[in-house]
Structures are given as C-alpha cells and as structure tokens.
Unconditional design. Structure first.
Length: 430
C-alpha cells in the first residue's frame, strides 16, 4: 500500500487545471456500448475507477486505447452482457452498466454490488426503475439476471433523486419502445453531461439538469455524419472543491483553470462564510485565504444543487481548524464520517450524534500517522496534513487514487511539502 507524507505549515500558491469529472466519465464510458461509431473522449481522467471501468468494457468486447490526451473506444464488436464479477464488485458504481447492456443486447447479468466504506449502497431504485420499463429481473446466488427484450417506455417517479438510478434508467430507456419520463430525477451536472453524450449518439434525451428527464426510445439513433463521436468530459467539481478547500486550510492564493463556477456554487458559499475571498471569471476561480478559517454555522449535504456529500469530508477537516464551532449534517450516506476518528488522532475536537457532527475548531492539528478509509476521507486527511504541525502520514493512498490523479503531485505543484511512498515489500526475514 502507498502513503502520502505531508509536512504542514506551507501556504499554497499558483495555478492548477481541473481534470475531467470521474462521475461524468464513468456513466459515459458505460454509454459507449450504445455507440455504433468509434468514440473519442477528451479530458477523461486517469483514475483507478476509470481503469476498472475500462477493464470491464474490455471484458465485454469493447476495444479502447489511450492516444495521448484522447481515450478512443470502439464498441462495435462488443459481444457479451455478463459483467465480470470481480471487477464489478471492485467498482460498485458499475451497476449502471445494466442500462446500456439491456439497451444493446436485451439482456444483462451482474453481481449484486456489495456495500462500501460509506454505506450499504442499496440498488432498489435502479431495479424498480428497470422493472417499470418491463425488464424481468431475477436475483439468484448473488447475481442479478435481467431480460429486457420487451422494454417499453414508462413514467417513473424516483422515491429519491438517485444519481446512479437516474443514469441507469436513462441508458436503458433509449431502447424502450415509446417515451420514458423520469420524475424526481437527479439534477447533478454529470447527468447533463451523460445526456449531452447520448444526444451525440443520436438518441432523443432531454431535461437533464431538471427533475424531469424525457427519453424517446426504441428508434435507431439518427445517422451520424462524422465517422467518430467526440466528447469532452466536464470538469470535476469535487476535485475543484477539494483544491479550493486545500487553499483555505493551508492559506495562500490559488487559481483553478478549467472549472465551472456554477457547479461549485454551494462549496464557494461555505468557503466565503469561512472568510475566504473568491473571485470567478469564465472557467477560472481564484481563492485567497490569509487568515484562520472562521466557523461555518451549518453544512447540510443534499442532492445537487445542494451541498455535495462528496465534499463533506474535506469541509469537516477545514472546520476542525476553524475559529469557532461548526456543524455538519450528512443527509445522503449513512456512514460517511469514518475520517472523524482519524482527525481525532490529529487533535481535532467534535461530537457526533447519528448523522450530525458539532466541531469545535482548534488552533492547530498535530501531524501523525492516519489511515484513509474511503476516497474522500483520504483526501480530507491529506488536507488536514497541510494544516498540521509536523509530518502526517496518510496510509492507503490507493483509495485516494480512485478519484484523484496523484493528489500529492497536484498539491506539490502549488507549493505543498508532500510526497508519495510506496510501501516497501515485506522482506523475507528467514
Ligand atoms: C453517485 O453515487 C456518485 N458516484 C457518488 O460519488 C456520490 O456521492 C453520489 O452519487 C451522491 O451524489 C458516481 O457517480 C460514480 P445515489 P450513487 O444513488 O449513484 C440511496 C465519490 O466519492 N440509494 O445518488 O451510488 C443511497 O444509499 C462517489 O465520487 C438507495 O436507497 O449515489 C444513498 O443514500 C461516492 N437506493 C443515496 O440514495 C438506490 O437504488 C444517494 O445515492 C440507490 C441509491
């Protein structure tokens, strides 16, 4: 396992380009199964989750290759609809492969994805939505077997605006005869990016970004003029928010390029409440933080455009050094405070009751050895190391690699004292 070694106390300065969004790239990679033409994806991030998704596509017969900054895929010879078990357990969000597999082959088989570090991650909304499209679903021996040969459009009201369920239903519905309407759909920017890609493939999808999405299904996509479908992945709003939070905690002045300010509005509002000065211009966001962060009265995680749950851990770390008392309520996932125990070891002070945390800010955290328990928690601990006295070792850096393309290099490019150490192989002592 690798670790990130951070020495705190150094302010950040400089400019950094925001990479393409992991949570837009993953469903769009799944949707390449729906393309008759070769696909060229620009700004697809180099992440472990993306590598896992590409391995899954490879197992299904999709050919792909990185050509410098472009990821080229060709699904014309895809020939399997049974998801590889190990890989789809490793990448639990691959459950949204059911939709494109059903649309392409009329059948799909995948494993029941386990829970993960942040919650038991049910998929009832996915399965209920697909069933309403006429998909027959059997669950046996940990497998989900789907027959979607007679899919028909339906009006589907989601009990909760689930991102993955919205994406799954969108991708299946492009081959369900008639119109499908998804009510109470997730409104995340990544859903809009998926819609934009599906429309480039010639499918009739509209309304993404609002709570009502319409899909006209069952038709062969309109004939494409160009022989290749090109798409640029939207910037990653969570990477952008993480870097803004890093600047707020370490202090200094940082400019983000290739950002979408509107996608991080809720995060910027909370950082301004903490005393940061933030200006935006086009795709640039400039943050200045020269004083200790002030308390943030309340952060409540909610579906977009509410405050993103994927930024909760990072803001938790910021509140541990804020001047005053802050409160965080995690409404989206039931077990997403694992980083708290590690922050306590660094000298943080807070009380937890169920999904609510009350944090009393301390002047300085103390560097020590901590362990990442999940992707965003690992990022939060790395940011805490920037603001701690001495050296912090963040173990299990592979978890951070799932959502950041070398977070250590990103922070080092802004002046942080941070390096990555691969754990030496245990030498055989006999
Ligand atoms: C997506 O996960 C993201 N992952 C998550 O990002 C993100 O935290 C989450 O949306 C919320 O924004 C990807 O896009 C790959 P949900 P997803 O379905 O689709 C419950 C990261 O760090 N639910 O919107 O799994 C569920 O238990 C990751 O980048 C059901 O009850 O999220 C949770 O409480 C972490 N039944 C809530 O809805 C279902 O069938 C939100 O889940 C589905 C979900």
């Amino acid at each position: 396992m690798a670790s990130l070694i951070v020495t705190g106390g150094r302010p950040l300065s400089g400019t950094i380009r925001v990479s393409g969004a992991k949570n837009a790239a993953l469903p769009i990679l799944a949707a390449t199964l729906l393309s008759k033409e070769p696909v060229a994806l620009y700004d697809c991030p180099h992440l472990r989750d993306v590598a896992n998704m590409l391995s899954i596509l490879n197992a299904l017969g999709v050919h792909w290759a990185w050509e410098e900054a472009v990821l080229r895929l060709d699904a014309s010879s895809a020939n399997a609809y049974v998801m590889p078990q190990g890989l789809s357990k490793e990448l639990r969000s691959s459950i949204f492969m059911l939709g494109p597999l059903l649309a392409r082959f009329g059948h799909a088989v995948c494993t029941f994805p386990g829970g993960c570090e942040i919650g038991h991650r049910p998929i009832d909304l996915h399965l209920k939505g697909l069933t309403m499209l006429g998909v027959e679903i059997r669950e046996e021996h940990g497998l989900i077997l789907c027959d979607g040969c007679a899919m028909r459009g339906a009006e589907i009201h989601l009990d909760y605006p689930s991102v993955g369920a919205t994406e799954n239903i969108m991708m299946a519905a492009v081959q369900a005869k008639g119109e499908t309407v998804i009510q109470n759909a997730a409104r995340e920017p990544e859903i809009e990016d998926l819609q934009s890609f599906l429309r480039k493939l010639g499918y009739g999808v509209s309304g993404a970004g609002s709570s009502t999405i319409r899909i006209v299904g069952g038709r062969v996509p309109s004939v494409m003029e160009e022989e290749c479908v090109s798409h640029r992945i939207i910037p990653d709003r969570i990477v952008a928010g993480t870097m803004l939070c890093a600047a707020a905690m370490a202090g200094g002045e940082v400019t983000l390029q290739n950002a979408v300010p509107a996608h991080v509005a809720s995060v910027m509002a909370k950082l301004r409440e903490a005393g940061c000065a933030i200006q935006t211009e086009g795709d640039r966001i400039h943050i200045t933080a020269h004083a200790r962060p002030r308390e943030i009265k309340l952060i409540e995680t909610l579906p977009y455009p509410g405050f993103p749950t994927d930024m909760q851990a990072q803001m938790f770390a910021l509140c541990t050094i804020a001047d005053g008392t802050s409160m965080i309520v995690e409404n989206v996932f039931e077990n997403r405070f694992k980083h708290g125990a590690e922050l306590l070891r660094m000298g943080a002070s807070f009380t937890q009751k169920d999904r609510t945390i009350v944090i009393r800010g301390v002047e300085r955290l103390m560097g020590t050895r901590v362990a990442a328990r999940d992707l965003r928690g690992g990022a939060a601990l790395t940011l805490a190391g920037l603001a701690a006295d001495g050296e912090t070792v963040v173990e299990n850096a592979e978890l951070i690699d799932r959502g950041y393309d070398r977070l250590d290099r990103m922070l080092a490019s802004l002046g942080a004292q941070i390096r990555r150490e691969e754990e030496k192989e245990e030498r055989n002592t006999q």
